[in-house]
Design a protein around this ligand. Structure first.
Ligand SMILES: CC(C)(COP(=O)(O)OP(=O)(O)OC[C@H]1O[C@@H](n2cnc3c(N)ncnc32)[C@H](O)[C@@H]1OP(=O)(O)O)[C@@H](O)C(=O)NCCC(=O)NCCS
Length: 142
């Protein structure tokens, strides 16, 4: 089941977030962020356990996909697909989606390509020594 995160989910999200960014819980105050209308956290819950999450920020016709993570034990079970599907289905149809991904993160790049994201730019040394692709998915009706 996919839903917007609640306070009781934040611990599980912070644990997963740490695998993405060092000091995730210090850098991202979910209590404060989710008070903002533009900021969203989706969780995928299975048998009362949070097994994946997605954060995004949506302002006017532009949505930044910030983080997506699925527990290693539940990968390749379409959890990320369902999270992205949910976000896109519930978004303004006129929104453009944009994200950054490390150039060697093939699982994520493949996933985004399946949703119609295209590489529009390469940011040099965005992740330390590593380059990042900026990927964009145009609004469906454009
Ligand atoms: C990237 C990630 C979110 C994918 O989650 P997932 O739930 O396993 O993905 P799904 O099962 O929905 O897979 C959807 C598509 O992604 C691609 N994909 C997923 N895992 C893959 C892998 N190990 N190798 C290659 N492609 C992969 C495939 O195109 C797949 O479609 P297919 O099953 O028809 O081949 C997950 O691997 C993850 O949490 N990685 C660590 C965090 C991360 O890198 N986040 C992205 C930061 S930008």
């Amino acid at each position: 089941m996919i839903r917007e995160a609640e306070l009781k989910d934040y611990h599980a999200i912070y644990e997963m977030g740490e695998k993405l960014h060092e000091n995730y819980s210090k850098k991202y105050d979910l209590v404060k962020l989710t008070e903002q209308e533009y900021f969203h956290v989706l969780v995928y819950e299975k048998e009362k356990k949070i097994i994946g999450f997605l954060t995004y920020s949506s302002v006017l016709d532009s949505t930044d996909v910030l983080d997506i993570f699925v527990l290693p034990t539940h990968r390749q079970e379409k959890v990320a697909t369902s999270l992205l599907d949910y976000m896109i289905t519930n978004a303004n149809p006129k929104t453009t989606f944009i994200l950054e991904v490390a150039v060697d993160n093939l699982p994520a790049i493949n996933l985004y390509q399946k949703f119609g994201f295209k590489v529009i730019h390469t940011r040099k040394k965005y992740y330390g020594k590593k380059d990042a692709y900026v990927m964009e998915r145009e609004a469906v009706n454009e």
